[in-house]
Design a protein around this ligand. Structure first.
Ligand code: GLN
Length: 384
């Protein structure tokens, strides 16, 4: 069928997201899929049992608009324990359909026509379209491999009267780098005397390595007052398909967030909220994540020592960048396709996360996989 009239695209430059493209290519070519970020192992049986129990108990109707109080209360306690700050569970925490919806909702709640939003690239791909759909203008600052360090003086210089938001993401997808205390203090200094809002994407808060502490905006009281922070249960409990997450923010920001949330989703999955509120009571269920994933990172990196890829081990997230500049001059988008079709291993080309493609020869590989999958993948990569 074809819509017979003139249709003006609201996102003329946007195609299908790279995650769908590469996962489909991996499936079509029967390749090991280390492209889209999702675990290939099972979730905790205790967690699925809790969902089932709550369904049987009849927890199957609409949850309250901001989420069930039990889950918001557990999250408030968790945040206080980790970051020494109290978020009011009634007014400052909202349960969302994954972090993606939280990001879209936060941006929609505050971004108006002509507002500028600073984004550091490479950037997760849902930020810029959400800004543009709201009439805002993404302003890009390019970071480069292997360290992807932010120059805060450059940030200060790029700020104008129209700057309304700065988006940060730590641990960072796709680079696997993390922000430091110094980064957070620099950001705090910039936003302190301004009306700039920070959107802090912290979906990998528990996936951080080498004994480092996650730098949440919540740790810095002045930053916290300026920020929405978003999280994803999908990353923390290995269930990306549940699409469950949450947003925290000061009450006056959260009032605006909920005005949008109530009309783009109203409320999210009830039995899963009950299950998560129970499961969160055991802190080991999330505090064990750094060790769990660090072991996988180390297995993957060690297996690749003999390969021709150059490796800077990820500081966080479950993504490992591999520099292939000693292997070929091909563009990363072409090399990623060749590896999937010929070598049967799928990855994500990193240049798609930039607004203008830099000369970059790195691919992103997801290591949230069974060790057996990682061994098979490494065997292929060592032959390239
Ligand atoms: N966050 C996941 C990744 O970076 C993908 C999520 C998605 O497919 N939209 O790979």
């Amino acid at each position: 069928m074809h819509y017979p009239n003139t249709l003006k695209s609201k996102l003329p430059k946007v195609g299908t997201t790279i995650f769908s493209v590469m996962s489909k290519l991996a499936k079509d070519h029967n390749a090991i899929n280390l492209s889209q970020g999702f675990p290939d192992f099972k979730i905790s049986p205790e967690l699925s049992e809790l969902v089932f129990e709550n369904m049987k108990k009849g927890k199957n109707q609409y949850a309250p608009m901001p989420g069930i109080p039990e889950l918001r209360e557990e999250l408030s306690k968790k945040i206080e324990k980790l970051y020494s700050i109290k978020y009011n569970s009634d007014t400052e925490i909202t349960i969302t359909a994954g972090a993606t919806q939280a990001i879209f909702t936060a941006i929609t709640a505050v971004i108006e026509e002509e507002d500028e939003v600073i984004i550091f690239t490479p950037a997760y791909d849902c930020y810029a379209p959400a800004i543009e759909l709201n009439g805002g203008k993404p302003v890009f600052i390019q970071l480069t491999a292997p360290n992807f360090i932010i120059d805060w003086e450059q940030v200060q210089k790029i700020i104008t009267r129209k700057t309304r938001m700065i988006i940060i993401n730590t641990p960072h997808n796709p680079s696997g780098t993390i922000l430091t205390t110094q980064d957070m203090l620099s950001l705090e200094k910039i936003v302190k005397a301004s009306n700039i809002i920070v959107l802090s994407d912290e979906v990998y808060e528990h996936i951080i390595y080498d004994g480092k502490e996650h730098q949440s905006v919540a740790r810095y009281p002045t930053l916290a007052e300026h920020s929405f922070a978003v999280y994803s249960f999908g990353k923390t409990f290995h269930n990306t398909g549940w699409k469950m997450g949450y947003c925290i923010a000061p009450e006056n920001l959260m009032i605006e967030f909920r005005k949008v949330h109530q009309f783009n989703v109203f409320s999210v999955n009830t039995p899963m909220q009950y299950a998560l509120s129970e499961y969160l009571k055991n802190e080991n269920n999330y505090l064990s994540l750094p060790n769990f994933y660090q072991e996988k990172r180390d297995i993957f990196c060690n297996l690749l020592k003999e390969s021709r890829f150059k490796i800077t081990p990820a500081g966080g997230t479950y993504f490992q960048l591999l520099d292939y500049s000693e292997i070929t001059d091909m563009k990363d988008t072409e090399f990623a396709i060749q590896l999937t079709e010929k070598n049967k291993i799928a990855s994500i080309p990193v240049t798609v996360f930039y607004n203008t493609s830099p000369e970059s020869k790195v691919l992103r590989f997801c290591f949230a996989k069974d060790n057996e999958t990682l061994e098979k993948a490494a065997e292929i990569l060592c032959q390239i």
